[in-house]
Design a protein around this ligand. Sequence first.
Ligand code: ADP
Length: 468
Amino acid sequence: MRIRTRLTLWYTAILFAILVVISALSYSLLRWSLTQDLDASLLTVGQIIRDVGWEPTDTPLGGAAAAVREILGPEFYDKFFRLVDPDGQPRARATSFAGAIPPLSATAQRNAMRGQHTIETVHLAGGEPARVLTVPVSRDGQLMHIVQVGIPLERSQQTLTRYLQTLLVLIPVGLALAATGGALTARAALARLDAISRTARRIGAEDFGKRLARDGTGDELDRLAETLNEMLARLEAAFAEIRRFSADAAHELRTPLTALRGGLEVALRTDRTAPQYRDVLVSSLEEVDHLIRLAEDLLLLTRSSTGAGPKAAPVDLEPLVLDVFDTALRLAAGSGVTVRMPADFPGAGTGPLTVMGDAMALRRALLNLVDNALKYTPAGGTVELSLARDGAEAVVAVRDTGVGIAPADLERIFDPFVRLDAARARPTGGTGLGLAIARSIVTAHGGRVRAESVPGSGSTFTVSLPLV
Ligand code: ADP
């Protein structure tokens, strides 16, 4: 069922329930107040009869009846009177249809003996209901007779019936009007939603530049359009990033392949001696090695940045950093660069430094930093590896006394394929993916990598990881 129909049905049903409750309440209130009015007018008559007394000889137009008629005016005529003996025998009637009143009820008679009046609803001989007041008339403390005053309920019942009929007509009309209004409102509100989904459908993979129209009202639908637009902007940026990355990767692959092809072509142009072929093969092998490294790094970067996430397990950082330190010692052998750790590693009172994640990936990230530090530190320099606790984070720092990085390049170097001049000048340049891989691994572990540097005197790369 469509939302529009559902909404309309729902609030029509709710409105119906409300109307039924209100009608029932107002109907009972009306009935109660009509009865109150009748009783009040009967009590006025009863008061007059008590005050004036009612003689058995009184005719319908004389005596107490006359007094009552004088006070009540026209209201007198829709009432009827009857005189009853203390033992309940009707004695005289004051108006023609008083004979239709059923015999004095036991309750009314009992009350009359005690000198109290009674008001009750009775059914006349014809079956129509009437409200009857029974008043005792006493003289010198002696119950002389009982006067009954009645008023047919016909008129008030007619009023109630008319009210009920009005409700029965008005409620369906009201419901129909509300349902129509509701359906129209729902359609107007949902039409915009329809428009949004139509536009969203048109914005395909090739068309991320388009945005959904907003009407600036700031309502829910406007916010929905805004949210979708933000999502589109993120998708557009991500696609642009992927496109740039693919172009860069293709470029990076083409350079060594072109060099390889050039070398082979030159070698094939004339006949060469065995040592010359050997030289070509050696340099070709270097290019192939570089290509393999590049392919591996690309694979690593894709794996670490896609949602696969680190294979989460508790990783104790102290043995991990010690292992990286061992590898660094081996890499630095013969380069003239000193690799060391603080004397009190990992620092007194740090306790176990455990993070959740993938030990192999974290090792890769740290190795990339150490590898860079060794590559960009000339002989005689130092590379220092340290581990510490900083609040709820573990901090691994790789400090070198190498060439340093210009402030403007500190953020850029984490982008894929970015190599600074110092690196390009090197004969066997890296792939430019090392820092991108490190950052992507650390980010997947909920951490951060930062670089600080003083050009000419060294750099520090800090990895902060949340502790478990
Ligand atoms: P590469 O494979 O070229 O090392 P990286 O992504 O690891 O690629 O590093 C990007 C660039 O950042 C490097 O080419 C280099 O210019 C610079 N860089 C990285 N680490 C250091 C460092 N410790 N000292 C100086 N420059 C560095």
